[in-house]
Design a protein around this ligand. Structure first.
Ligand code: PCA
Length: 324
């Protein structure tokens, strides 16, 4: 009997030693609706990792701010409350100006220009994230940003006193400089903010207006192409360090695919959602010349302010972009 027990214990030990590393499950908080292209892309990325590691690393996405609200996600991953997450980086420009490199008004107005800027800025952003205990994996741009309002607007004077929903320092600053009254609201709370009159205007992509069905409250979307901000996906540095090489290779491969796929999804979603706004009854079109001229003057002020804060690193990125 003693011998049998010993034998069983030895077999169990041997079997354990032969098993691969313990399977791990990572929760991935996302701020935007499950049907939004960023969230769909992240779900595909999560599946790619889960399948590619044979279930050794399972990633489970939690859209709509259901696990952590948008403005909590970066801190949650930094501190290891979640191992991985996605966040709109420009919402953290107040922490480090480099996080707002994608929100310098009117520096880039199209996907191609934006990708050119990002190819220069990406290493600096990754370094800033590393400094925040975050390992950068991939990022995807939102479509160009336009102005949503509940009335026709021909000049900045028409915006005075309008209650404005902001999602970043840049959107809030633009509101201030146009005489609007900014209040920070996550996309997940946007419909409610509009329905209760907390906000009556905002700057965003056609995508977010479409996701949140804003035609129920708002009448106009002016395409001003102010900038294209990015969502970034990052991993807690300690969690990343804990992965073996084979797992890291799978995650990196899936991330590279997600970055390319997400860019295409963003482009495809642009026209689809602008058409959706029109079908919802909104007037969608380019802003008039007078309004554009005034917004660009405000943009120039904001660009100077950003360059001042971002110092040599920021200036070098913008100068390199302009010289390309
Ligand atoms: N949608 C997000 C950020 C940029 C965008 O297009 C939002 O409005 O919160």
């Amino acid at each position: 009997m003693r011998t049998l027990t010993h034998l069983m214990a030895a077999t169990a030990l041997g079997a354990t030693a032969a098993l691969p590393a313990m399977a791990d499950k990572w929760d991935m908080p996302l701020a935007y609706a499950a049907s939004n292209f960023h969230s769909e892309n992240a779900a595909e990325f999560a599946k790619c990792v889960t399948d590619g590691t044979g279930g050794n690393l399972e990633i489970v996405t939690h859209p709509s701010g259901s696990l952590f609200a948008g403005n909590e996600i970066k801190r949650a991953v930094q501190t290891g409350q979640a191992n991985i997450g996605e966040r709109l980086l420009s919402a953290h420009q107040n922490e480090k100006p480099i996080y707002g490199v994608d929100s310098i008004p009117f520096l880039v107005s199209s996907f191609d220009e934006h990708e050119k800027l990002w190819s220069i800025a990406e290493p600096a952003v990754a370094r800033a994230l590393a400094d925040d205990n975050l390992h950068y994996l991939y990022s995807v741009p939102w479509p160009p940003q336009g102005l949503y309002v509940n009335k026709p607007v021909e000049s900045v004077a028409d915006l005075k006193g309008v209650k404005f929903r902001s999602y970043s320092t840049a959107t809030a600053r633009m509101a201030e400089l146009t005489g609007m009254l900014p209040v920070q609201v996550e996309a997940a709370e946007l419909s409610q903010a509009l329905a209760t009159g907390v906000a009556e205007s905002f700057i965003s992509s056609g995508a977010t207006g479409y996701d949140r069905k804003v035609w129920e409250q708002l009448s106009h979307f002016y395409e001003v192409d102010a900038w294209l901000p990015r969502n970034a996906v990052f991993v807690n540095q300690d969690a990343w360090n804990g992965l073996d090489d084979a797992t890291r290779t799978v995650v990196e491969g899936c991330a590279e695919e997600a970055q390319a796929r997400g860019l295409q999804m963003s482009k495809d979603y642009t026209d689809f959602t602008l058409n959706g706004l029109k079908e919802g009854g909104m007037k969608v079109g380019r802003a008039g010349e007078a309004l554009m001229k005034e917004l660009k003057a405000i943009g120039a002020t904001m660009t100077d302010e950003w360059l001042e804060k971002a110092g040599d690193e920021g200036r070098a990125i913008v100068e390199k972009y302009k010289s390309m």
